[in-house]
Structure formats: structure tokens, C-alpha cells
Design a protein around this ligand. Structure first.
Ligand code: SF4
Length: 67
């Protein structure tokens, strides 16, 4: 699912401690930075959502499992 990313999204992430990136997913390999399921994960990584240079949208991974 892809939704528009704006400042409100970042504010709500902080307020509700919302996790949605690979770094908080059980299927993420910390050592390699890769997805253990082999999915391309560039747009699911935390660094992709730098608030100082945010992308126009946020792309949620349907296989995300919170650690
Ligand atoms: S399942 Fe999705 S969120 Fe989890 S590590 Fe793989 S690409 Fe990232």
C-alpha cells in the first residue's frame, strides 16, 4: 500500500511510535541490510524516509512483521 507522505505522517509516527520500516521487521537481516525473504527493500528502509528529504509517498510492505 502506498500513501501520500507529509509532515502529519511523521508527527503521528512519533506520537504513536508507529513502526513500518525493515529495521523494525522480523524478516530483516541487520548484518546485510537485506530482506530475509529476498524482497527489494530500498523503499522500505528507514533511511528512505529521512524527514529532511522525504519522498512523496510511503510504501508499506505487506509482509512486515513487527520484531
Ligand atoms: S518483509 Fe518487508 S518490511 Fe520486512 S524486511 Fe522484508 S521488505 Fe522489509
Amino acid at each position: 500500500m502506498e500513501v501520500v507522505l507529509n509532515q502529519t505522517f511523521f508527527e503521528q509516527c512519533r506520537e504513536y511510535r508507529f513502526c513500518y520500516t525493515c529495521e523494525h521487521c522480523a524478516h530483516f537481516d541487520d548484518l546485510t541490510g537485506q530482506c530475509l525473504h529476498g524482497y527489494p527493500n530500498r523503499m522500505h528502509r528507514l533511511k528512505h524516509y529521512d524527514p529532511s528529504h522525504p519522498p512523496a509517498t510511503v510504501l508499506f510492505c505487506k509482509d512486515f512483521d513487527l520484531v
